[in-house]
Design a protein around this ligand. Structure first.
Ligand code: NAP
Length: 282
């Protein structure tokens, strides 16, 4: 048996098309584009690329981007002052602070000043708390993308046995909560789990977000399972996931490739979050 590939690029493209149509309708109704403010502090090379990709995605999909590139010497107070201005700015619907920040700036303190209504990344405690309580919230982009990928298979999440390996605040925990919201029975595994294979082998849906190349092999996976590989590991300049694609694709029913699976979904879901924020503020 060879698993069906879940094509993240194709699914992301269709989400972006929906976003663009909504953003164009917003422009017609309001006489201005939906706006995202992107703050980059310092000159970290990778962060510069991520920011450029996000700005390009906005430009291609009828969303106005406001780029704030600040020197590495920027103080915490200056950054917070800018965030307060953007919170008050009616042309800005979403605010994104590119992480990581220089070490003299306390990330949590700075992020806590972003209005929860404009929290494009869905990282704030208020939004994470609302997700946990089942209230409307702006949710973290990668987990939202993961749910879309699972739904694209047409398989039911309701009642499925889901296992999430990894419990970070930006991937593992919110993914588990979103699966729970969709009525899966969810097990979370982490570095203290004694033998996660006892769980992974029974998973109808297996999400792996650890950051260890090839951690999951075919014999750890249930026949016909949906396997979502969130891992992004670089080896000899090549990007690879946490799942050993060759062996797992012989057992799973559906699998995401790396690259081309979860990765492209993150920016698409960021755009979707910005539209959601704008519509709530309209
Ligand atoms: P993270 O904050 O480092 O969390 C890793 C998680 O894996 C932790 O919860 C850790 O457990 C757990 N873990 C570590 N070793 C383990 C083991 N041997 N068995 C079971 N669990 C283990 O990483 P993250 O930010 O969630 O990211 C995870 C991966 O996804 C990375 O490769 C990252 O680059 C990738 N990623 C991709 C995207 C995308 O858009 N495609 C977005 C975000 C992240 P403890 O909590 O016990 O330490």
């Amino acid at each position: 048996m060879s698993a069906q590939i879940i094509d993240g690029r194709k699914i992301a493209a269709s989400i972006k098309a929906e976003v663009k149509a909504e953003a164009e309708a917003y422009l017609k109704r309001n006489g201005r584009k939906i706006g995202l403010a992107v703050i980059l502090v310092g000159d970290d090379f990778a962060s510069g690329i991520y920011v450029r990709n996000k700005i390009n995605a906005c430009n291609e999909n009828c969303i106005q981007s406001f780029s704030h590139r600040l020197p590495a010497s920027t103080t915490e107070e200056e950054l917070i002052e800018l965030i307060h201005k953007l919170n008050e700015d009616n042309t800005v619907d979403g605010i994104l602070v590119q992480l990581p920040l220089p070490s003299h700036i306390r990330q949590n303190v700075v992020l806590s000043h972003i209005s929860a209504k404009k929290d494009a990344d869905g990282f704030l405690a208020e939004n994470a708390g609302n997700l946990m309580l089942g209230n409307p919230s702006l949710n973290a982009c990668t987990p939202c993308g993961i749910i879309e990928l699972i739904k694209s298979t047409g398989c039911k999440i309701d009642g499925a046995n889901a296992v999430v390996i990894g419990r970070s605040n930006i991937v593992g925990k919110p993914t588990s909560l979103l699966l729970l919201e969709n009525h899966a029975t969810v097990t979370m595994c982490h570095s203290h789990t004694s033998n996660f294979v006892n769980f992974s082998r029974h998973a109808d849906i297996l999400v792996v977000a650890v950051g260890k190349k090839g951690l999951i092999t075919g014999e750890m996976v249930k026949k016909g399972a949906i396997v979502i590989d969130v891992g992004m590991n670089r080896e000899d300049g090549k990007l690879c996931g946490d799942v050993d694609y060759e062996s797992v694709s012989q057992v799973a029913g559906y699998i995401t490739p790396v690259p081309g699976g979860v990765g492209p979904m993150t920016i698409a879901m960021l755009l979707k979050n910005i539209v959601k924020a704008a519509l709530a503020l309209e």
